[in-house]
Design a binder for this molecule. Structure first.
Ligand SMILES: Nc1nc2c(ncn2[C@@H]2O[C@H](COP(=O)(O)OP(=O)(O)O)[C@@H](O)[C@H]2O)c(=O)[nH]1
Ligand SMILES: [Mg+2]
Length: 702
């Protein structure tokens, strides 16, 4: 590979819905960029991009694959990002390291929901886009229909650089109104002659040319002035105007492609070279790189993919991760096109490469010159949308499963694994059911662990709604030393002002607080403990034991064994024995008195409520709404954005298992959603009855 300086580098991500032809386009770009001399196909499972066994099996991209083309003195790095929402992590990694995107639109379908979702995400991430209308060689492709569907979705940002002279099987020519040439393709392998525009298309070309010039002038005042004066612009000026429009995200230039027949691909690369933004990085700065992807590959071990963010990276350089102080030195660096890796002597700021076997080469890691302190923010991925519990089919393999999950999560930052002490379950979260199923497949095939996936338990809470009192005497005298402790206490909800006047044993009583202990519970809410004992009925020294007993019972709530919260306890009386009173006796007495009082204090089970926000095409609004209501959701206000309805609802977590899957089938995959913990609320009466019965049955079993 030639040595490239920053201005001769372009970093582009291929975006688009599944099956639009990104991987096929990537193959054609590699071919035009002389990285391969024969093109593979997705069907034959021999593309450079989908080279993973799992991708071949599924015939679709699951991982984002970095590739490059050497094109007329420019190195075009590109990332083939998966189209499905389940594997969206790869696109987010690419947003961080690419300066522009090629949005692939399937000419058979026009703009799809997936297309729109990518446009929205690209805009959110301020990523300039170039549009490749692909599959123009298919019978279903109709240029008028495609234009209409793009106009509706993308409107004023569209800038037509080209139009096809025919679509379907006879698609073999493109009129380009930037170069004002006719590109005629003689075979299905990119062989092209550049000719004058045929007379039959002269008028259409003239009209499109004028539109292009007017658009290009819009992004630059000086060009606009010149355009007004002279009525036209040079090709160079048009390119400069387009560059400003593209870079600022105001213009989406449109190109005509058949990736399969390698039609229009070379011209697209030419445009990327001439108009797409170069990396904005400092070639003369101190060396620094940012790792955006990490993978384990056959024969290589762990591979870390990076972008040079500053200076020049060479083998033998000492770098450090400023976050941890971890130092790394690589013996070799590589330029990468899928599994093809070429050792290179240096990579300059803006360029992509990879290294193998770092001590810590996880994605989102910065490595910079020692002492420079240069550090880049971590990539922010969308929050996981699918949660499930996971365990090994064979219990002896739990440890093996834990290790494997750790490995998978370290390579895929959108897979999140945590052990919940509360639920006593390992919770696996990801972007959707397919994403989770891929993890299951990998566990089975790559790590040899068979697993079971199931609905996670719900982290219920318990609390009380009324005042109640109880007393308990613990007395044990069988053999040896005896045990004796007696506790009288009163409980009430920990809300509102502290009230110390109660009816105790039918009498109005004013309690006097001697000591107090207020605990913020690690699972939320609090426990307020007040010692109001008079006349030394219980020694001060036994108060911690009583509190300990109560806390033990809070961990395993009296109703369903869930954590209890938001309770005030007043210990107002009790009894001691001069010899047999000891710590254990008061722990037991405190625990049991508390349990008794709790059960009489109008106890309630609380469930976690989530704020759910769904963005769906308006046509599915009704279906999404009634589904949310069936999940005991309480609908909030309704919003709208660019033809989408935005529904907000408060929904119990217990009703949200597999929601992403249901939403996807309700809306043909066109909706997106987010969910975020809001608060705890009492469960409805019928749900409480059922939960109590379930717990009782389980206790019986144990
Ligand atoms: N006829 C035709 N088929 C194409 C073209 N591009 C891709 N395909 C086919 O469309 C399917 C999906 O392509 P692929 O590259 O995997 O799409 P991706 O999911 O966007 O990566 C495959 O069967 C390809 O062979 C094209 O330009 N013309
Ligand atoms: Mg693909």
């Amino acid at each position: 590979m030639k040595d490239y300086s920053t201005k001769d580098i372009r970093n582009v991500v291929l975006l688009g819905s599944t099956k639009s032809g990104k991987t096929t386009l990537a193959e054609a770009m590699l071919y035009e960029g002389k990285v391969i001399d024969r093109r593979g196909t997705v069907e034959d499972k021999n593309t450079v991009s989908d080279n993973d066994e799992l991708e071949k099996l599924n015939q679709r991209s699951i991982y984002a694959t970095p590739l490059y083309a050497e094109f007329q003195g420019t190195k075009i790095n590109f990332i083939d990002a998966p189209g499905s929402d389940d594997f969206i992590g790869g696109a987010y990694s690419a947003f961080r390291v690419c300066e522009s995107g090629i949005l692939v639109i399937n000419a058979q379908q026009g703009v799809e929901v997936g297309t729109e979702n990518f446009v929205r995400r690209a805009e959110e991430n301020k990523l300039p886009l170039v549009i490749a209308v692909n599959q123009l060689d298919t019978d279903k492709a109709d240029w008028d229909n495609i234009q209409a569907s793009m106009k509706e979705a993308l409107g004023g940002k569209l800038v037509y650089v080209q139009f096809p002279t025919a679509t379907g099987a006879s698609f073999d020519g493109i009129v380009d109104v930037l170069t004002m040439k006719y590109y005629h393709f003689k075979d299905a392998n990119g062989t092209c002659e550049v000719l004058d525009i045929p007379a039959a298309f002269a008028d259409q070309a003239e009209e499109a040319r004028n539109e292009l010039i007017e658009k290009a002038a819009e992004f630059d005042d000086a060009l606009m002035e010149k355009f007004f004066e002279e009525g036209t612009l040079s090709e160079e000026e048009i390119m400069s105007g387009l560059n400003q429009g593209v870079t600022s995200g105001q213009a989406y230039p449109v190109f005509c492609i058949s990736a399969k027949k390698d039609i229009g691909v070379k011209r697209l690369l030419e445009f990327i070279k001439g108009v797409a933004p170069a990396p904005k990085v400092d070639e003369n700065g101190q060396p620094a790189l940012f790792i955006y992807k990490n993978d384990v590959e056959q024969h290589l071990g762990e591979v870390s993919y990076f972008k040079v963010m500053s200076g020049t990276i060479t083998p033998g350089l000492d770098l450090e991760d400023p976050a941890t102080g971890n130092k790394e030195r690589f013996s070799a660096i590589y330029a990468v096109a899928g599994s093809k890796k070429e050792s290179v002597p240096a990579l300059k700021a803006g360029d992509f490469g990879c290294v193998v076997k770092l001590k810590n080469g996880k994605s989102s890691t910065t490595l910079s010159a020692i002492g420079s302190g240069i550090e880049y923010p971590k990539i922010a991925y969308p929050a996981p949308k699918y949660r499930c519990a996971i365990k090994a089919k064979v219990q002896q393999e739990e440890q093996k499963l834990g290790d494997a999950l750790k490995k998978i999560a370290s390579q895929d930052p959108t897979t999140i694994v945590e052990y919940s002490k509360e639920l006593r379950q390992t919770i696996l979260s990801g972007n959707g059911e397919q994403h989770i199923n891929v993890t299951k497949w990998r566990l089975n095939n790559e790590f040899n662990v068979e697993v079971e996936l199931f609905a996670p338990k719900v982290p219920y809470r318990e609390t009380i709604t009324k005042v109640a009192q109880a007393q308990y005497r613990h007395k044990k005298q069988s053999g040896g030393a005896g045990q004796f402790g007696e506790v009288h206490l009163l409980v009430c909800p920990a809300e509102g002002e502290l009230n110390t006047k109660f009816k105790i044993d039918g009498k109005d009583t004013q309690l006097n607080i001697k000591t107090q202990d207020i605990t913020e519970l690690e699972w939320g809410g609090k426990l307020e403990f007040y010692n109001c004992v008079v006349g030394g009925a219980i020694d001060l020294g036994f108060m911690p034991a009583i509190l300990k007993g109560i806390k033990e019972r809070m961990v395993e709530g009296p109703l369903t064994g869930s954590y209890a919260r938001d309770i005030r306890v007043f210990v107002y009386d009790g009894k001691m024995h001069p010899v047999d009173s000891k710590e254990i006796a008061f722990i037991i007495a405190g625990r049991n008195a508390f349990r008794e009082a709790f059960r009489n204090a109008g106890p309630k089970i609380l469930e976690p409520i989530y704020n759910v926000e769904v963005m769906t095409p308006a046509e599915y609004q009704g279906a999404v709404m009634s589904d949310l209501q069936n999940r005991r959701g309480i609908l909030g206000d309704l919003g709208a954005d660019k033809g989408f309805s935005i529904l907000r609802a408060r929904v119990p977590l217990a009703e949200l298992y597999r929601y992403s899957t249901t939403l996807s089938s309700l809306t043909s995959g066109s909706a997106t959603f987010t969910m975020e913990f809001a608060d705890y609320q009492p469960v409805p009466g019928d749900v409480q009855t059922k939960l109590l019965a379930d717990y009782a049955a389980q206790e019986e079993e144990d």
